[in-house]
Design a protein around this ligand. Sequence first.
Ligand code: C5P
Length: 397
Amino acid sequence: MLNGKRILLIVGGGIAAYKVLDLIRRIGRAGGHVTPVLTRAGSEFVTPLSLSALAGEKVYTDLWDLTDEAEMGHIQLSRVADLVVVAPATADLMAKMAQGHADDLASTLLLATDTPVMIAPAMNVRMWEHAATQRNLVTLKADGIAVVGPDVGDMACGEHGPGRMAEPEAILDSITARLSHGPMKGKHILITSGPTHEPIDPVRYIANRSSGAQGTAIARAAVAAGARVTFVTGPADVAPPEGCTVVRVETATQMRDAALAALPADVAIFAAAVADWRVTSASDRKMKKQDGALPSLELAENPDILAAVAGRTMDRPPLVVGFAAETDDVVENARAKRIRKGCDWIVANDVSPVTGIMGGSENAVLLITAEGEETWERMGKDAVAVRLIERIATALA
Ligand code: C5P
């Protein structure tokens, strides 16, 4: 969460400028405030009006605008922010920054600022790979400038390779991590959340009642504590929090692949309610009723994602936390589960319908570690999340 942090956002001239509108929206939703600065080339791709409408702020464009100088000089403008973000950072802007040019508002602000700077480069693949750009990149990194992206992919110019601007979500992720001073700063946390859907045919699936609320609350608390969070979520009812890298999956197999791809991590928390079984061979056509004859579904067991990650040798996260949602013998079952799955901690809860926990807003948990058990009083899922993250921060310290 950005909690009122101020971002001076310099928008350069590239087709990726359109993604900046989404970035501004996301920064706002995460509690941050954007002051946009638009270069002349940037204004060929995105209008000052769209930027100011989303940022709720005046857009600064011209170094020689005397009204602005009277209101706020460029020196002051460059220093009121907590972070200066350049997105898209074109080859030309990077060159200017590396050389220390100051011939327009954006480059002047970048030279005058004493605030940390982050760039999200975006350009044609040949321009990115050119020796001059790579030289400038080395210079900028040596100057302490943080770089997010570029991504590899198809480009607007029809070529393929590195040069696409990082997605707004990833840029926000880096901004949040850069500005955070929380106890989890510098830690990478993998969190699985939500239910999985296991297809029966193209329109039907096996699912469960998990809303994803607890996993989402944990991700939010981890982001607030300064962690870099990879949030692997099944089709949940609640929207994933801002500031983390979200990987959306449907099935248990996809969730397992996404979780393994996110390693290494300092902590892995498995809050997902993964379906235990999938239909062995889901039909690729909608199954039809057949004169009262009942279809039979052959089931196969899904991979146990928690056990798979806990059992890794080379890249096992130092702390692996599982959940145990039980309806009977909560303590015994959860203790046994901790050993069986090879995880370090189990967060156990009673999900009998009378408790109203599954799909509800509260949780009453028992934390089981190798040292013993702690009973936490019934509290909101957000409070459980904050307490769990605090416990983890203490354990990692
Ligand atoms: O075996 P059970 O489903 O009760 O285990 C619950 C814990 O294991 C949770 O942390 C859940 O996210 C995780 N799990 C998993 N993959 C499965 C089944 C459960 O990661 N296939």
